[in-house]
Design a binder for this molecule. Structure first.
Ligand SMILES: NC(=O)C1=CN([C@@H]2O[C@H](COP(=O)(O)OP(=O)(O)OC[C@H]3O[C@@H](n4cnc5c(N)ncnc54)[C@H](OP(=O)(O)O)[C@@H]3O)[C@@H](O)[C@H]2O)C=CC1
Ligand SMILES: CC(=O)[C@@H](O)[C@H](O)COP(=O)(O)O
Ligand SMILES: [Mn+2]
Length: 385
């Protein structure tokens, strides 16, 4: 069988690591051609050598003349686009954070190569422009664990037979806190996720439940469903990752260990399933299967409510939300604003400038920056008060 030749954006990060782990375990199926990150030249080069990559790309290298012997080295955001246009790449994995990879995602889909997508920001911001570029079923495969689960549950299901889909949420470290207990929680506490080991931004988003709200918008885009047909439930043990409910009232659900290597493998190996249960990831024993779900309290988790509303309203709101959240989380992690202020600041941004619907992808991406800058200003003003 011909090996799948991959380019991985976000290779130095948490999901990037899961993808590379799968590739290393199954060298008979995968070949790493290209790796990209933002600025971590040392780790990227090390990974490049370990996985035999030929091409490396840093979008923001510290040294503008960055070069590494034995590799073709690209710099800047355009490097990501060049990377996915490389003829020897036939599968692009997007596992970077933020919105830098949107153009490259667009190019990869237009080129017709397979795409595995973990980066949720890009689809939330650019979904209306990116989704129509898909040329065939399953060209775009979700890697975000809940979306991968739903995608797998929907396999072979006619769209008209699907009534609703469900995403699960761990609930984050504060899922059992009262509003009073949430006052004054620290970044360190927010970074202590009960289940997943992830990058800092998404970990804080899990603690505010913004992650789940953003994932609802991501699901609306990926599966072409309106907000009212995308639900989310707290499921503390994170065994069930997503569900599809059908018009006859039956529900398919996907239950597995909480390990990003599973959705990564499902995406890059599709339609094949890799024998991960044999060694790396033993399945959960039936006696331990857990089917406890509970509703999300939108008062306790206002970020979730804000994202749900942004998804319902569409237009400029999803992009502004992504930008404002990026800023608010950064300021929270820097101990400059409180946990509660994250939702307050995002709400202020959405109220101030949500009306103008972007007409182009460029306008949508510009709105992310607008949201981020406006939230930066609100944070600064609050500190100076
Ligand atoms: N972690 C997880 O389990 C999950 C993550 N996701 C999503 O996947 C994405 C990555 O998350 P995660 O792995 O946790 O994040 P990490 O913080 O662990 O890693 C981020 C990665 O993205 C790279 N990166 C950041 N900005 C840019 C940029 N401007 N250009 C190129 N590369 C960039 C970083 O490079 P560098 O090291 O040089 O900074 C690093 O490789 C996010 O969109 C997240 O929401 C989705 C589901 C699960
Ligand atoms: C692993 C993954 O997909 C994350 O997006 C995860 O969902 C975060 O956990 P929460 O359910 O706490 O948001
Ligand atoms: Mn997820």
């Amino acid at each position: 069988m011909k090996k799948i030749r991959l380019a991985v954006t976000g290779a130095t990060g948490s999901v990037g690591g899961a993808v590379l782990d799968i590739c290393a375990r199954f060298p008979q199926f995968f070949e790493i051609r290209a790796l990209a990150a933002k600025s971590n030249a040392k780790k990227l080069t090390e990974l490049g050598r370990r996985h035999g990559a030929k091409l490396l790309c840093l979008t923001e290298p510290e040294d503008k003349n960055w070069r590494e012997e034995g590799f073709t080295c690209l710099s800047g955001v355009n490097g990501l686009t060049e990377m996915v246009e490389e003829p020897s790449v036939d599968h692009a994995v997007f596992a970077s954070s933020g919105v830098a990879a949107i153009k490259a995602l667009q190019k990869a889909l237009m080129r017709g190569i397979d795409v595995s997508l973990a980066n949720k920001e890009s689809i939330v911001v650019a979904g209306p422009w990116v989704m129509p570029l898909i040329k065939r079923a399953d060209q775009l495969r979700p890697v975000d664990s809940e979306h991968s689960a739903v995608w797998q549950c929907l396999r072979d299901a006619p769209k008209e037979e699907v009534s609703r889909i469900w995403l699960t949420a761990s609930g984050g470290p504060f899922r059992d806190y009262s509003a009073a207990q949430m006052e004054g929680v620290t970044p360190e506490a927010a970074l202590n996720h009960p289940v997943w080991k992830m990058g800092p931004k998404i970990t804080v988003d899990s603690a505010t439940l913004m992650n789940k709200g953003i994932e609802c918008i991501e699901a609306m885009q990926l599966f072409g469903l309106p907000a009212e047909r995308v639900g989310a439930l707290i499921h503390p043990r994170s065994q069930v990752h997503g569900m599809a409910e059908f018009i006859d009232g039956t529900v398919r659900l996907l239950l597995s260990q909480a390990d990003m290597r599973l959705p990564a493998a499902a995406a890059i190996a599709w339609p094949r399933r890799l024998p991960l249960a044999e060694n790396a990831l033993p399945p959960i024993e039936p006696k331990d299967w857990d089917l406890c779900f509970r509703e999300i309290d939108e008062k306790l988790f206002p970020c979730f409510a804000l994202a749900r509303e942004a998804g319902r309203l569409g237009g400029a709101y999803p992009a502004l939300l992504v930008g404002a959240d990026e800023s608010a989380v950064r300021h929270f992690l820097n101990h400059e604003i409180s946990y509660r202020a994250i939702a307050e600041i995002i709400s202020e941004v959405l109220e101030a400038c949500g009306e103008k619907t972007p007409q182009t992808l460029e306008e949508a991406v510009a709105l992310v920056e607008t949201g981020e800058k406006m939230a930066d200003k609100i944070c600064r003003d609050r500190r100076n008060r």
